[in-house]
Design a binder for this molecule. Structure first.
Ligand code: BG6
Length: 478
């Protein structure tokens, strides 16, 4: 199957914090892929703004390594690499003092055109968003074709998120603001919506009459690496739960929007966020991998793992537990959603299956890696010896279906910014509703003991599901 791409207009990609981690690890490799695919070409500019840019050559050699990693081979076409580097420009810019703005304006003037999007991507700490927006306004760079891209987590709690929203919306209109949660750009996450709303098959099952429980696991094998001071301040609850995991809950639980359109989709997600039942102490467990405090060089209670039980107060989902967890330095790198269906109301095979171990039907949505869907069923074992059963599965592997690769989330999201499509970006009220749910969780976690866990396990021993006769289904077991 061939993945189609649509043309986009030449644009200015201005990355503030352009030589930082996010830029070199995610944004630039994504733009390189789009360049390789000829979706962007030499008519676009990538302008890396940073304070005190040191050696461009050093930066390019690191970038080459990152782009090699992204395309999973060494870039052997020197011409393509040189052409890509030719569209990259550097500007020494200090968004607080405004120093460097003349240089930026000079570059932008060269190809100024009202149809040419000017995209400001703030790949910097959210505490600098306000200054950056004021800088853009004061330099006269907020024109109708300007767009602002910012990353999660927006703020550290609801109060700071409101402050940031106020600062950016005093300069940009909501229609110009793109709040990235890169999980929404993942192919399988978008496929969740296709699965639910482009098919009739599952929708009739998608409720508390048929679903027993939902599990969402986002497990990582990496630790916090060079982001330790950021991470120590935010922890897994703010870094992952407030955004990626809650967005997954929203996409599974939301009602069908009337149209696949930005505000309709965001209205439905917002309804889910507002329906989340506040968490109590028994519903949450936190953990920390053993070497975290050593890496930090001081004792810390910050969680690198969190699991919780979430209930949704509405007719469709009342009573169905959503068990969700995420952690670092766990045994497997996998993001997976498992919908376990209720057992059959009556077993016509009881005389054959008295001692057989029967599993309920499960739908497993594998977000990454090895993206795909599995439906776990029970089938008859072939043979003339009566009715015997075995667990079987319908398996749809996207890797096999799409022989070509699946694009990285940032590629899709960046091209959507150019197209002016906000469907896969968060609206300000969604962010605030997520903090409404998360702020009390942070308080509960503060007063709980963070349990240490060994690297390479699936986190601390479960204390939530066991009370309800359930257990975590680890990705590697599926
Ligand atoms: C980021 C978090 O948003 O997502 C990181 O800040 C985390 O801590 C990352 O490692 C995980 O993303 P992915 O795409 O690798 O699952």
């Amino acid at each position: 199957m061939i993945l189609e791409k649509s043309n986009i207009v030449p644009s200015e990609f201005i990355i503030v914090g352009g030589t930082g981690n996010l830029s070199k690890n995610k944004i630039l490799p994504a733009l390189f892929w789009r360049f390789l695919d000829k979706q962007i070409d030499e008519n676009s500019n990538i302008i890396l703004c940073d304070k005190e840019i040191k050696s461009k050559d050093d930066f390019f050699s690191v970038l080459k390594f990152k782009c090699d990693e992204a395309i999973k081979k060494v870039i052997d076409n020197e011409k393509i690499w040189d052409d890509f580097l030719n569209i990259i420009k550097f500007v020494d810019l200090d968004v607080i003092s405004g120093n460097g703005h003349l240089e930026l304006i000079k570059i932008l003037k060269e190809k100024f055109d009202p149809n040419r999007p000017i995209i400001f991507y703030l790949a910097i700490a959210s505490s600098l968003f306000g200054n950056s927006c004021r800088f853009i306004r004061d330099s006269g760079l907020n024109v109708p074709q300007s767009r602002l891209v910012i990353e999660k987590p927006i703020g550290k709690n609801k109060a700071t998120a409101i402050q940031i929203n106020n600062e950016i919306s005093s300069v940009f209109k909501e229609s110009q603001i793109y709040r990235i949660d890169h999980y929404l750009g993942k192919e399988t996450v978008q496929n969740l919506m296709a699965l639910r709303f482009a098919n009739t098959f599952f929708e009739n099952q998608w409720n508390n009459k048929n679903v027993d429980n939902v599990q969402i696991t986002v497990s990582e094998t990496v630790g916090v690496e060079d982001r330790i001071s950021y991470y120590n301040e935010y922890g897994a609850i703010r870094d992952m739960l407030q955004n990626h995991l809650l967005q997954l809950v929203c996409l599974i639980a939301m009602e069908p929007p009337s149209f696949y359109e930005a505000d309709q989709l965001r209205d439905e997600k917002l309804r889910v966020l507002k329906a989340l039942k506040p968490i109590t102490e028994e519903d949450i467990q936190t953990g920390q991998y053993r070497s975290f405090s050593d890496e930090l060089g001081e004792n810390s209670n910050t969680e690198t793992f969190v699991s919780l039980k979430v209930l949704i107060n509405n007719w469709r989902w009342a009573g169905v537990p959503f068990y969700i967890r995420t952690g670092k330095k766990l045994s497997t790198r996998a993001s997976e959603i498992i919908i376990t269906f209720k057992n059959k109301p009556h077993d016509i095979f009881s005389k054959f299956t008295a001692d057989a171990h029967e599993e309920p039907n499960r739908l497993i949505i594998r977000v990454q890696p090895e993206e795909g869907l599995k439906l776990k069923l029970t089938s008859k074992a072939p043979g003339p010896g009566g009715m015997r059963f075995f667990p079987s599965e319908l398996n749809l592997s996207f890797g096999d279906t799409f022989a070509d690769r699946l694009p990285d989330a940032y590629e899709r999201l960046l091209m959507d910014v150019v197209r002016g499509n906000q469907t896969l970006f968060m609206r300000s009220d969604e962010v605030l509703a997520a903090w409404d749910f998360i702020d009390p969780i942070v308080e509960i976690a503060k007063n709980q003991e963070t349990q240490l866990y060994r690297t390479g396990t699936m986190g601390p021993e479960d204390k939530i599901l066991v009370l309800e006769g359930h257990q975590w289904l680890d990705p590697k077991d599926e």
